[in-house]
Design a protein around this ligand. Structure first.
Ligand SMILES: [Zn+2]
Length: 287
């Protein structure tokens, strides 16, 4: 009978890495302790996120994205477990999100790229709607493996989160990183995924977007050329296209962006998470 206590709620421990998050961070959520477990998932900001067993750490793990504009406050992460006796229980973890001063960047661009006429504005809004809809359709299976890689070698020319002052006016935030690269340099897939968009967008120019599953997307903008088609399955390191300066760009570079369940996060934060190679797609039944 003493064994019954092992199934209790107190057995489920949840922690995050990093322990305190910053705006734009990717956070690893790790749950340990649940015995005889049938299913497990998490919830953050009203969105469900998958959690799976990692052989390497012996714990259940999932990823959440802290959007660049998440309010600096304490937020709740909930983890729900169904045990072997079909009892559902949950654990709530408070995650503090700290404000980041991302800084500002002043740019001069041709007025036609900034003060949009009605027709162009309509196009830009339509493209934004299309992308937001796309980020809601991620597949349930996880396609990424091991670590994410930088799509080009170059250093960062413009960091994540900067507020743009364009031609003297405050504009949108920079929600990816710009990597220095020569025109024509190959752009590599950050990880395994499915090509879900190849298009020419007003701001982003020639663009490729990969769905890595579990709500995780990577974006590659301003290409001179795309070398993949929508629907293609690509492996980590596959050549997606070539660096260019298409769309609203001041010179050849790669804009690399990451979304997790819609949250706009710093791609470098995803690199810092390191390896999740042993996450299995299925929940492991413990004896
Ligand atoms: Zn950029």
């Amino acid at each position: 009978m003493a064994g019954m206590a092992a199934h209790g709620e107190s057995d489920l421990r949840v922690e995050t890495f990093p322990k305190v998050a910053k705006q734009g961070d990717v956070c690893l959520v790790r749950a340990s302790g649940p015995a005889s477990l049938k299913s497990i998932h998490g919830e953050f900001q009203g969105e469900r996120f998958p959690i799976a067993f990692n052989n390497e750490t012996g714990a259940y793990e999932g990823l959440i994205g802290i959007d660049v504009n998440t309010s600096p406050a304490t937020h709740e992460i909930k983890v729900f477990v169904t045990d072997g006796d079909n009892r559902v229980y949950s654990s709530i973890l408070s995650l503090r999100v700290e404000k980041v001063d991302f800084g500002i960047q002043a740019l001069s661009l041709p007025p036609s790229m900034v003060d949009l006429d009605a027709k162009t504005l309509e196009r830009v809004n339509e493209e934004a709607r299309k992308l937001e809809a796309l980020f809601r359709t991620s597949r349930n299976e996880r396609l990424w493996k091991s670590v994410f890689i930088r799509p080009v070698e170059g250093e960062i020319s413009t960091g994540f989160g900067l507020t743009r002052i364009i031609n003297g006016q405050r504009r949108s935030q920079h929600t990816g990183v710009d990597l220095r690269a020569e025109e024509g340099a190959p752009v590599l897939a950050s990880n395994h995924g499915v090509v879900v968009l190849v298009d020419e967008l007003f701001f982003s120019g020639k663009s490729v977007i990969l769905d890595h599953g579990w709500g995780l997307y990577s974006m590659y903008f301003h290409l001179s050329e795309a070398l993949v088609k929508e629907g293609n399955l690509v492996r980590s390191g596959a050549i997606l296209g070539r660096v260019g300066s298409t769309g609203r760009s001041t010179g050849p570079h790669l804009h690399w962006g990451i979304r997790i369940s819609g949250a706009r996060v710093d791609p470098l934060s995803l690199l810092r998470i390191g390896t999740l190679s042993n996450l299995t797609n299925n929940v492991r039944q413990k004896d």
